[in-house]
Design a protein around this ligand. Structure first.
Ligand SMILES: [Ca+2]
Ligand SMILES: [Ca+2]
Length: 399
């Protein structure tokens, strides 16, 4: 092994050597530091024969189905039908957890160097190293028995953020004889998968060479955007930042409703403008929820019924519609114009009888059958409860 990307491994380290096998696994390996992975943390991992580390269970399949796939939470460093038991033994899979000071210092430097803008002050406190050394393929025959790949997966964490290094030293086969492959040449129509699968069927990250013949070039490949030695791919893995974008969640205290709405019901009644200010205070870009469609209205009614029963008060809700700017011209609180031809739910006579100059703010309540009515925006007696909404945001990091 000559590749500078590699961390020390093998007989001169404290590595555990797994027995030779095919489609095998280390079984559950307990970790002293839980590893953050795609929004969860795992107290154990599985080092599997077929070129992967998984969380939540072993992944011992041998077919490189295109990511994203559901359920498998996997770091696929070189996922194909590997076999280390051809002729007794055909390759070595080493693994160890370490907090060795020299390794931590190296991991710290590697991440700071690779990702200086975002993680220039990262300090590694924990590392896991798994190495597939000169491993062979299932179905190897003839010259195929001499085809050997050497690659390594390094997991790095500070207990909060996590990163992985995919290191490659030697790639001589693309796949085993399964999935249409040729065990003599180590080639075929379904080359190995290299990437990370979050397991939710949505979030994943693929190495650009994954499942192509470019895999042969992994030992000299460099990521144009990431400084570091040739033969290395660096990925952050605690957040679902990769694949088709970050995992988005509702802000703290907000609940997800229906079609991805984040809502928070505010029980304490406030004046209209106080309600707007409160929503802005509760979340970034928080605002009063504008009930703009029958679907939203119906979705909310059930909840509002329970809400009122629970509090025992027949309280109204601001819906974020006013004519405070120009008398008679209603506007939604998000600044969009009110479409009189669009969805409305006015109580009978509301516009005619309660449309005085002093009454500018629209609310709904149970007594009116949840239809819309108009009242003063600021009076102590007529304060209303309200619903705030806010956009989803990337999973907050505690780091
Ligand atoms: Ca295998
Ligand atoms: Ca008015």
């Amino acid at each position: 092994m000559t590749n500078a990307a590699f961390y020390p491994y093998g007989p001169n380290t404290t590595d555990i050597l797994d027995p030779p096998g095919d489609d095998g696994t280390s079984g559950a390996v307990s970790l002293t530091t839980a590893f953050p992975f795609f929004g969860n943390t795992y107290n154990e991992l599985f080092v599997n024969t077929n070129g992967d580390i998984s969380f939540g269970g072993a992944v011992t399949g041998f077919t490189p189905t295109a990511f994203p796939v559901t359920n498998n939470r996997v770091l696929a460093v070189y996922f194909t039908d590997i076999k280390t038991s051809n002729g007794g033994r055909s390759g070595y899979i080493y693994r160890r957890e370490t907090t060795d000071a020299a390794i931590l210092a190296r991991a710290t430097t590697d991440i700071q160097t690779a990702l200086p803008a975002d993680h220039g002050s990262f300090e590694a406190t924990w590392v896991y190293i798994a190495t597939w050394h000169e491993v062979s393929i299932f179905g190897a025959g003839g010259a195929g028995l001499n085809l050997r790949n050497t690659f390594q997966l390094v997991l790095i964490s500070d207990g909060c953020k996590s990163f992985t290094l995919f290191n490659y030293d030697q790639i001589q086969f693309l796949q085993g004889s399964t999935n249409g492959g040729d065990g003599t040449t180590g080639t075929g129509p379904n080359p190995a998968q290299v990437g990370i699968n979050g397991g939710d069927g949505i979030h994943y990250s693929l190495h650009p060479s994954s499942r192509t013949t470019d895999l042969y070039n992994l030992p000299t490949w460099t990521d144009p955007a990431v400084p570091g030695p040739p033969g290395r791919w660096v990925q952050r893995t605690d957040l679902a930042l990769t694949g088709d974008g970050p995992a988005l969640v509702c802000p703290a205290g907000f609940r997800e409703f229906g079609d991805d709405l984040c809502l928070k019901f505010h029980v304490q009644p406030l004046d209209y403008n106080e309600a707007i200010a409160k929503c802005a205070e509760l979340a970034p870009d928080g605002r009063l929820f504008n009930i703009r469609s029958q679907a939203h209205n119906e979705m909310l009614i059930g909840f509002l019924q329970r809400f009122q029963t629970r509090t025992g008060r027949g309280r109204g809700f601001w819906i974020g519609l006013t004519d405070v700017g120009t008398e008679g011209t209603f506007k939604w609180e998000d600044e969009t114009p009110f479409d009189t031809e669009g969805y409305t739910n006015w109580a009978e006579g509301a516009l005619e009888e309660r449309q005085g100059g002093e009454r500018d703010c629209v609310f709904m309540n149970k007594e009116d059958g949840w239809q819309w009515n108009i009242q003063k925006c600021e009076t102590r007696r007529e304060r209303n409860a309200f619903i705030c909404t806010a956009p989803k945001a990337p999973v907050a990091s505690d780091c």
